[in-house]
Design a protein around this ligand. Structure first.
Ligand code: 5GP
Length: 116
């Protein structure tokens, strides 16, 4: 069996994280190295999805659920009105560092476009 990722250890409560939302399917917690005043990671609890590239039709409901959670969190965290950014780094060129599907929810400041 492959070694647990840092995110799986957070799901299993083996290492601490500032959790802002949890249900049967997903977990949201503050990024340890925030890139904006609000920087939350939203992840599925399943370990079968290493990145967005692993998602298929069988995961449609899960991904839709996660995006509704992201929308709700943006409202609850007070960043919806001014605007926010959702990012999923997928693979080497996108600088993905943790091989467990995750969505960055960033807000509380203005963002540049195009991204770096
Ligand atoms: P990626 O670069 O894969 O898109 O994003 C991984 C994110 O996980 C980074 O923003 C990084 O700061 C965050 N991260 C890495 N290790 C930990 C940790 O142990 N706890 C928390 N809360 N975030 C982490």
């Amino acid at each position: 069996m492959s070694e647990k990722t840092i995110f799986k250890k957070i799901i299993d409560k083996e290492i601490p994280a500032k959790i802002v939302y949890e249900d049967d399917l997903c977990l949201a917690f503050q990024d340890v190295s925030p890139q904006a005043p609000t920087h939350v990671l939203v992840i599925p609890k399943t370990t079968s999805l290493k990145s967005l590239d692993d998602v298929d039709e069988s995961n449609q409901a899960l991904i839709g659920h996660i995006f509704l959670v992201i929308q709700r969190l943006a409202r609850e965290l007070g960043i919806a009105e001014e605007g926010y950014r959702v990012v999923s780094n997928c693979g080497k060129n996108a600088c993905q560092t943790v091989p467990h599907l995750h969505f960055h929810l960033l807000g509380g400041r203005g963002f540049a476009w195009p991204p770096g």
